[in-house]
Each structure stands twice: as C-alpha cells, then as structure tokens.
Design a protein around this ligand. Structure first.
Ligand code: 3HC
Length: 318
C-alpha cells in the first residue's frame, strides 16, 4: 500500500473516531491502535482470571450459605468477564493460546490489586466494595470506548460488577454493625485495601505513558487521576456511613473543588508490585500455571469430544 493510500486511510480513521463511530474488527485501523487494544484488553482479561484467586481462598470458609452463594456467583462472573474479554481480544487477530502463554510466562501484566493477600473474611467485603467499586468506575467509561467488541463486552461486565460491589459493601455494613471484633476486622481490611485500590487505577496522568494517545483514540474516556478522584469522592462517604475510617490522615473535603484532597500514594510500592515483587505475585502465578497444567486433561477431553461430534456430523452429511 502506498504512503498516500495509508495517509488517506489514517485520515478516514481519525474522522470516524472524531464522530464517535465504533471501530469494528474488520475495519481498517492503525497498527498502533490494534496493538494498544491487544495490550489493554488482554491485561484486563488476565486481571479477571487472576482476580478469582484471592476470593477463591474464602469459598470454603464463608460464614454462611448466603455468603458462600454470593461469593461463588461473583467468582463465576469474573471467569465469564475474562472469557468475554479474551474473545474481544481475539477479534484483533491474536490467539487465545498466545494470550494464555503471555500470562503464564509472566510476559503479560494483570492488575496490581490482585497481588495482595486475603487474610480475613472482611477482605471479601473490602474487595467487593473497594476493588469492584474502583473497577466499576474504570469500566463504565469503557462501555463507550471506540473499539466495538471491547465496548460491548463492557456493557455486560458492568451490569454484573454492580452486584459484586453491593455484596461486598453489605459484608462491610454487617461487620461494621457487628461486635467490636467484627468492626475491627472491617477496619483492618479497609486499612490494607484502601491504598492498593487507589493504585489499581494506574499511575498518575503525568506518569502514564498511554493515557494521552488512548484518550485521542477514545479507548480511554477518563484519565487515571480523574477516575481515582471519582472513586475517592464516591467511597469516602460510604466509609463514613458505616463508621469506618479511611486510612489517610491527609484526606480532607475541599469545599472549593467539591472533592476530597488526599495524601501521597506510595508509587514505589505500586511499581514494585507491577514488577512482580508484591506480597502474592509468585503465589498467584504458581496457582494459575498449576491450574492450567493440571487442567490439560479437561481441555483435551473437551476437544476430543468436539472433534468426535464434528466427525459424526460430517459422516452423516456424506
Ligand atoms: N496493575 C498493573 N499494571 C498497571 C496498572 C495496575 N493497576 N496500572 C497501570 N499499569 C501498567 C500499564 O499496563 C502500563 O504498562 P504496559 O505499557 O506494559 O501495559 C503502565 O503501567 C503504564 O500505565 P498507563 O496508565 O500508561 O497504562 P494504561 O493507559 O493502560 O492505564 C489502566 C492502566 C487504567 C489499568 C488501563 O489499562 C485500563 O483501564 N484497563 C482496563 C481495566 C482493567 O484492566 N482493570 C483491571 C482490574 S479488572 C477488575 O478489577 C475486575 C473486577 O471484576 C474486580
């Protein structure tokens, strides 16, 4: 294709983005647009899959059948979110096996937040309330992202996330209104999950290497700092309501900005976790790779069954 032709295609593409048109899998797109979507969508999918591990740790220890059912339903949803997102990613010409290999080999990132331990039952509440709360804030704008398959996957995901956040907050409400020990357990979980939840929304806009271009392509509709501020402004009143204290001595309502001012985030901790040196990075990857290897027979059996069914269909047609 000549330089001239590429320039025309690029101009038409920019025009479509400017008019909020959805870019579909079969449409022409700049190679960099395709690559950054593979990067973000695959990491999003990996996060959903790895995100099942911290919560899976508490299924057998849920304090009641109701809590167990809600936790099982949530974890099952996360698996589904991962599959929608892998499917959306495959539309960009990358295979699922490649994506799995990138995750299992440590080449691909997943969200930092899932590298923290879940020490008490209250962590199930904090994860639903804070992590899924932050995920909703991050994912709602993605429902209007320019890439069609990603935007459509997000619509279904967001509907289910609100259940995740509500069941988590309900756990925190129950504990905060329970015995002093239960309230202390809820406060301890908030203390441990607050700052990693702020980090989950990515580095500051000044540090973010992708935000500027991602906003131009309408992949991102809000910047990391905007999403973080929205999360804080929405979540602090929820903590106040149940008598829990956000672990930030610098947190203060700013009347002029109509927003909360908040303290310094420990970005060294964030980058340490992103680079693989968080509290549970190794444990999470070992668990994921072991499940993949031990599940090989299930995949083989399913493929063998599918091939047998296919052959039966072909023999019948002949
Ligand atoms: N954990 C790990 N890596 C992170 C990160 C985090 N929390 N935040 C940023 N990074 C990485 C980026 O991937 C990028 O590295 P790369 O170039 O190797 O990909 C680098 O840090 C620079 O960050 P940027 O802000 O420039 O990167 P992005 O523009 O991609 O912004 C993001 C980061 C806001 C996480 C964006 O990728 C995004 O919105 N992703 C979609 C949502 C998502 O993945 N959420 C993760 C949690 S999923 C979840 O919560 C499920 C729920 O059910 C619990």
């Amino acid at each position: 294709m000549s330089e001239e032709q590429i320039k025309t295609l690029e101009a038409q593409f920019e025009e479509r983005i400017a008019h909020d048109e959805k870019i579909e899998a079969k449409d022409w797109m700049p190679e960099k647009y395709r690559k950054t979507h593979i990067r973000q969508i695959s990491q999003h999918a990996h996060s959903e899959i790895i995100g099942m591990l911290p919560e899976g740790n508490w299924i057998t220890r849920a304090p009641s059948l109701r809590r167990k059912v809600a936790l099982l339903a949530k974890i099952q949803d996360e698996a589904g979110h991962g599959l929608y997102l892998y499917s959306a990613c495959e539309t960009l010409g990358v295979s699922r096996d490649e994506l799995y290999d990138q995750l299992h080999s440590g080449k691909a990132k997943y969200s930092s937040i899932f590298n923290y331990p879940t020490i008490t039952w209250a962590d199930m509440g904090a994860i639903g309330w804070l992590v899924d709360g932050a995920a909703i804030i991050n994912q709602v704008p993605l429902c209007s992202t320019s890439y069609g398959p990603y935007a459509r996957a997000m619509i279904r995901v967001c509907k289910e996330e609100s259940f995740h956040q509500r069941q988590g907050y309900e756990i925190m409400v129950k504990l905060a209104n329970g015995t002093p020990e239960q309230k202390e357990m809820a406060q301890d979980a908030l203390n441990r999950w607050w700052w990693p939840s702020l980090m989950m929304l990515g580095p500051t806009d000044a540090e973010s290497v992708h935000t500027e271009q991602s906003m131009k392509w309408k992949l991102k509709r809000k910047s990391n700092d905007e999403l973080r501020q929205q999360f804080i402004d929405q979540t602090v009143p929820q903590a106040d309501l149940i008598g829990l204290t956000v672990p930030d001595p610098d947190l203060k309502w700013n009347e002029e900005r109509q927003s909360y001012d908040f303290g310094e985030i420990d970005w060294d901790e964030f980058w340490q976790v992103v680079k693989g040196h968080g509290p549970c990075n190794k444990e999470r990857m070992n668990a994921r790779v072991t499940a993949w290897e031990e599940g090989e027979w299930v995949r083989d059996a399913a493929m063998a069954y599918a091939e047998k069914k296919e052959n039966k269909k072909i023999n019948k047609a002949v």
